[in-house]
Design a protein around this ligand. Structure first.
Ligand code: PHE
Length: 455
């Protein structure tokens, strides 16, 4: 089913709904971003803080977005408009929807470039580039890709075309059906990779790195990064889940569905970490290598295992697929906004939104080569050495998403009536009370503390 429809259809089943939500949430955030952030921000301590953020802030927040969407039955901006009008609350809450659209636009601009890297690696796998790679050549391979603006641009363009194609064609339904098999396939492949990692001789080291917290290794900024990533990986703070909730029928249990999505998302991320870090340590690679981490470790494994050619190909195909389903959900909010506010048709709106995202993506493409030393906010200590890509990532994950998230939980926790919420959440009294405490106190206080202390 498509994300938008004027008659406001509903999900064909709870399964279809959960699958679409998993499709949006599981993506590059789990497999590309989570491992490299863990490596950069303190290993086990980062993972622990991340898990706490996921369950204490992300889960209640996901439920909040879904229930707002189900109450409003419209796109995020109109939903917030309707609900605030009905409850006689300030119209300013509508800014949640506006900030969400902006966030999704900024994120997709760099998400597509990274999706392009994964496409490039499919091509490399096809021509058997990985076989026999060693530590140095795997780095050179990645370095060469980044050094070429033209190549990055081509892959970024292809990824955007794929994304636009699905949104224009309204074939998201077909993609969802594909997701039903491909997402589990991705999970199976990750488990097999973890199995391979177990043979590298550094599995215990990798697992200990992920699961033994050493709090001297995490900074305040690392904690903010963990919080921001909880939002990013669950697609929160952008109105996307709110929009999904607007198609939700009343009999779907929001709490249980949210738990399923959160657990799946977390399991995929942890599996990715368990697959990658043993390979990192067994080969003496740098855990803090940054955004290139998976592209510099996994090909090493593919190049040195039996059947690695096929394995590598499958892996990058599934990675692109996971990124694709997320990218579609990132493009939708802007498309819908343009369609509502301009005379453009659905197709026209999608093309304009896609072109605008593609154009901003050039900033990320160039950040890895020609503009590699260009730090637009370098005069501030905090942003020293940050490229445009770094800034886009910072502004979205560390500012926009936590702030819209904060606004959402404040609204749901303090400006909506208990009874209305109770009727939306079909759960035990105990679970409901717990959820309400999380939404009223834990999540907002947590976000404020993390935020203020890191600024
Ligand atoms: N959650 C997706 C991921 O982890 C990214 C995403 C963010 C998708 C925000 C939609 C909205 O890759």
């Amino acid at each position: 089913m498509s994300y938008k429809s004027h008659s406001h259809a509903q999900w064909s089943s709870r399964m279809a709904f959960v699958l679409a939500a998993v499709g949006s949430s599981v993506g590059l955030g789990n497999i590309w971003k989570f491992p490299y952030m863990t490596g950069e921000s303190g290993g086990g301590a980062f993972v622990l803080v991340y898990l706490i953020c996921i369950f204490l802030v992300g889960l209640p927040m996901l439920m909040s977005e879904w229930l707002l969407g189900r109450l409003g039955q419209k796109n995020p901006i109109s939903t917030m408009g309707d609900i605030t009008r009905r409850l006689k609350r300030s119209r300013a809450w509508v800014l949640i929807g506006v900030a969400g659209i902006l966030g999704a636009y900024l994120i997709l601009s760099f998400y597509s470039v990274i999706g392009g890297w994964a496409l490039a690696y499919i091509q490399m796998a096809v021509v058997d580039t990985f076989s026999g790679l060693d530590n140095d050549s795997v780095g050179t391979l990645f370095g060469n890709l980044l050094a070429s603006p033209v190549e990055l641009l081509l892959w970024h363009s292809l990824f955007m075309i794929m994304t636009i194609g699905v949104v224009v064609g309204g074939v998201a339904g077909g993609l969802e059906r594909a997701a039903k098999t491909l997402m589990p396939a991705l999970a199976v492949l990750l488990v097999l990779l973890v199995g391979y990692a177990a043979t590298t001789g550094a599995f215990a080291e990798g697992a200990a790195y992920l699961f033994t917290p050493d709090f001297s290794k995490i900074t305040r900024d690392g904690i903010l990064a963990a919080l921001g990533h909880a939002f990013f990986t669950l697609s929160l703070g952008m109105g996307i889940m709110m929009a999904y909730g607007s198609y939700l029928s009343d009999d779907v249990n929001i709490g249980r569905s949210a738990l399923i999505v959160v657990v799946m998302d977390t399991v995929i991320a942890l599996l990715a970490g368990l697959a990658i870090f043993p390979i990192v340590f067994a080969n003496g690679l740098d855990a803090a290598a940054g955004p290139g981490l998976i592209f510099q470790t996994l090909p090493l494994a593919f190049g040195n295992m039996a059947g690695g050619w096929l394995f590598g190909l499958l892996f990058f195909v599934l990675l692109v697929f996971a990124a694709w389903t997320s990218a579609i959900s990132l493009l939708e909010p802007l498309v819908e906004w343009i369609e509502e506010r301009s005379p453009l048709s659905r197709v026209g709106s999608t093309i304009v939104a896609g072109l605008a995202t593609w154009a901003l993506g050039l900033a990320t493409v160039l950040s890895f080569n020609i503009w590699g030393d260009f730090a637009p906010l370098g005069m501030f200590d905090k942003f020293a050495g940050m490229t445009l890509f770094d800034l886009l990532d910072y502004v979205t994950s560390k500012l926009l998403l936590p702030l819209t998230g904060l606004a959402t939980v404040l609204f749901v926790g303090w400006f909506m009536g208990r009874d209305e919420l109770r009727s939306q959440l079909n759960m035990s009294d105990g679970a409901f009370a717990l959820w309400r405490v999380a939404v009223r106190f834990i999540a907002p206080i947590g976000v404020v503390i993390v935020f203020v202390s890191s600024l």
